[in-house]
Ligand binder design. Sequence first.
Ligand SMILES: [Zn+2]
Length: 442
Amino acid sequence: MPPKQSSFHEDEAKLIVPLRPALQNYSWGIRGLDARVARYALETGIIDEVDPDAPYAELWIGTHPKGPSSLLNGDSLESKVGAPLPFLFKVLSCGKTLSIQAHPDKSLAVKLHQNDPTHYGDDNHKPEMAIALTPFEAMCGFRRIEEISALLRKHPEFSACISNEAKLAVFMCKDEASRRDALQMLFASFMSCPTETSKTQLAALLKRLQNEQSTLHPHPHEEPPWERKCSRAVLRLSQQFPGDAGAMAPFFLNYLLIAPGESFFMAPNEPHAYVAGEILECMACSDNVVRAGLTPKFKDVQNLVDMLSYTMGGPNIDAGAPAYGDERIMRYTPPVPEFEVMLATCNPGEELTLPSLKVPAIFIVIEGSGTTDNEEGQRLIMRPGRTYYIPPNASPLFISVNNSKHGSLKIALAHENLHSEKPTLVTREKSHTHPGEFSNGV
Ligand SMILES: [Zn+2]
C-alpha cells in the first residue's frame, strides 16, 4: 500500500517508506506457513504464495549486498538512505540446528577476507544479538570447565574423542589462565579427532543414551536436570545430523532455552549455534561466519580453534530496559556502536509515541494490528510482517490500537546504537553463572 503523497516536496524526505526485505531459503528454516518468515514475506509481497514443503529461514532488512531490501518501486533501500546502513536486521525461523559457528573480530575478518575471499565475503566483524519471539533453544559460549570435566567423567564415549593430554589439563587446571589453555586443548583435540573414532564413539554414545532414556531401562541413579537436558540435546542434534560428531557439542557448549522477549549477545569469537525457535537478530552489517560442524557448508576448523576467546560460562540473558521511561518501549542495547533494537508494544485502546530520531531506522511489525500517524499526515496500517524505513529527523510516530482488537501491536525497530554508554547486553566476562546449572536456571 503506497503512502499518501505529500504535496510539499521538502516533506517527502520525512515520509515513512514501505520496504520489501530479502528472503533467504536456507535448508534449516521452518517449513510453510508455520514459519513467520513465510507469513511476513507474503505480507510484504516478496512472494505470491507459500510452499508448504519449502523452508523459510531468514528475512533480511538492510543494505547488505547479499540480500538488500528494496522500496516498492524497486529502488534499493541504500539509494534512499544515501549510504549503507551499519547494521543488518533479521527475522529467523529455525526449524533445525544451524551450524556451530563464530564470527571473527575486525582484524581477523580483514585477514580472512584477504586470504580467502570466496569463503569470507566481507572484511567486517559481526557482533550479533538474538531476541526470542518464541521459546528459543540455542548453544552459546563454552561451559564452565567444572561442567565439562563432570561430563568427561560421565560419558566415556566423549572422553574417548579427547586426547589424554587435554583431559589431564582439564582435570588439573587451577587458575583462569590454565582453565583457558585446558579448554582450548580440549576443543582442538575434539575437533581434530579422527572421523572413524568420533563416528564409532558417537554411535556407542547414542545407543547408551537411548537405552538410559527409555522407560524400559530407567536410569539407575539420580542425575541432575542439567546433565539430563544435556544428554537429550545430544540425542536431538544427532537425529538432525546423523553421524556428525558435532552432536556432542552440548558436552562443551552452554545449552539455553530463552523465553519470548529475552535476548543474549554474541561477542566476536564466541562459539554458538541456534537450535530451534524464532528470533529477531541484529548484527553489524556483515555475513562472515567461521563454521565447525553440524553443517553441510564449508568448515574451517583450524581458524575456529585459533580465533575463539575461550571465555567460560553461559551468556547474560537480558530482557531489555525501558527506553524512554515507558515500559512499553524496551531497548536492547549491545556494547557495540553499530546497532540497537527497540521493542514497542501498544495495547488495545491505547496510544504510544515513537519519538523522532536523528538517525535512519527500520521497523517491522511482529504481531497484532493498528495504525500509525505522523505530522506529515501519513497514515499507515500496521499488520504482521509489514516493514518500513524511517528517515532521520522524521516527525514522531503516533501508534494507536483500536479498543476492539484482541491483541497488542508489537513493533521491532532497529537503528545505530544511541545508548552505547548504557548497554543492557554485556559480554560474558562481566556476567556470572551458577555452578553446575544452565545459565538461566532452566
Ligand atoms: Zn552467528
